[in-house]
Design a protein around this ligand. Structure first.
Ligand code: F6R
Length: 241
């Protein structure tokens, strides 16, 4: 794993965005894996700014999001569909039918997991996957204990994850209890991975990732086994290294 330390969240966002843009410029048909949450929003802002200024085009790009809440309609402002439209898709020239996110309202959720997994593979797999990390080490919504060989699946969200994400809802009760997430093996099948880590609240998780053992109890530790991972961490997140 290569670690890039930056002095601020803004610099982290700029540096990660610059690398993403260079991957898009050398492969106009890049399959780009995306994450939601607070951490990547700065990168998305940079991608939008660059698209406006430099006309980097997403017309042939396909995107694949990591996860989606179960039981939240796409049009609901709490859905990750909505989040991605607001924070990225509506501001660049990507055709919406090339943006892919698991359907958390599918009638048959198990079937939806299989479909999503196969769909990614039929598209040739993910070239570059963007990840954030949970304080408990989750990647995607793969909570501690998720098997390393898991593919896209239904997961019960950890209470700590629901609490952390309750900032996007009116109350903790409203936060869904389940989500569909790409599995650990699905994520590890990506050709390249960028892990974005920002803020003091992630310092312990980053220190555990860098210095701790590879264990299913700390899902992000699996990234040590991947040949092409770059971690972008700001000073606050890197404070315990
Ligand atoms: C989001 C996702 C999660 C987040 C993680 C960190 O699609 O898969 O793993 O990346 O929960 O979230 P933030 O960035 O809000 O701290």
């Amino acid at each position: 794993m290569k670690l890039i330390r930056t002095t601020s969240y803004e610099e982290l966002s700029q540096q990660a965005a610059a690398e993403i843009i260079s991957r898009i410029q050398s492969n106009h048909r890049l399959n780009l894996g995306l994450a939601t949450g607070s951490t990547p929003t700065g990168v998305y802002k940079q991608l939008i700014e660059d698209h406006k200024k430099n006309k980097t085009s997403y017309k042939e790009i396909n995107t694949f999001n990591l996860d989606e809440y179960i039981g939240i309609a796409k049009k609901d402002p709490h859905s990750y569909h909505y989040f991605m439209c607001e924070n990225l898709f509506h501001h660049i020239d990507i055709p919406l039918d090339q943006t892919h996110i698991p359907d958390g309202t599918a009638k048959d959720l198990k079937e939806e997991c299989l479909r999503y997994e196969q769909f990614i593979q039929e598209h040739g797999g993910i070239d570059l996957q963007i990840l954030g990390i949970g304080q408990n080490g989750h990647i995607g919504f793969n909570e501690p204990g998720t098997p390393f060989d898991s593919r896209t699946h239904i997961i019960m969200l950890a209470e700590s994850t629901r609490k952390a994400n309750s900032r996007f809802f009116d109350s903790l009760e409203e936060v869904p209890k389940q989500a569909i997430t790409m599995g650990i093996a699905s994520i590890m099948a990506s050709m390249e991975i960028f892990l974005l880590v920002s803020g003091t609240s992630k310092a312990e998780a980053l220190a555990r990732l860098m210095n701790g053992a590879v264990s299913e109890q700390f899902p992000a530790s699996v990234l040590k086994k991947h040949p092409n991972v770059t971690i972008f961490a700001d000073n606050e997140a890197a404070a315990l290294l």
